[in-house]
Design a protein around this ligand. Sequence first.
Ligand code: FE2
Length: 206
Amino acid sequence: MLRRDLVAALAGFYNGHPDAERFSMLAEVGRHLTDALEGGGLAAPDPVHLPVACLLEEIDLRSGVQGVGPVLRAFAAAGPVLRWVQTPAYRATLSQHYIDNYGYVRVIGRSGLVESSVVSAGLGIWGAGLHYPRHKHPAEETYHVLHGAASFQRGDGPWESKCVGESVHHEPWERHAQLFGDETCVLLWAWTGEVTVDAQLILDGE
Ligand SMILES: [Fe+2]
């Protein structure tokens, strides 16, 4: 039930979200989540714990921003039974501090609560002050900030600060980086297109 509640919370967030008028990918993700809820297509992958999941126990689950509170509460309630993951290549590259303070769950996608190779979406946590170095991936992406704040850089553009409820959109292969604020940050992310290819860090000079 905890898993289903989280799938339903995400469907509720995306279906009818004002950003779907700008980014049609969000309606696509919402449709896949709704179809799974109505068609009984839910999975129960074995739980995997990561240290970062503990940060979820300390955050304020109330939010005055439309649609955000239900997702945060469903995420926190389901946290202990979710399959927490990290991008495998990051584990070999990023600092131990980063690895100890980051992780995510796929609500829909590969080994998600809903299995899909067409769309992917889920929730990630980054501890205060982390810097997510430049990276890229072939999937189109939209992030929504659900807790805390983060600055985003697209390509060589300016850093833009985003707070709860705000979104950032990345085209396929667009380079991007994030700097997290002084609170635990929870981001909701959605991918469409080439969703089975992991993000890759971009090395200096690339
Ligand atoms: Fe990304």
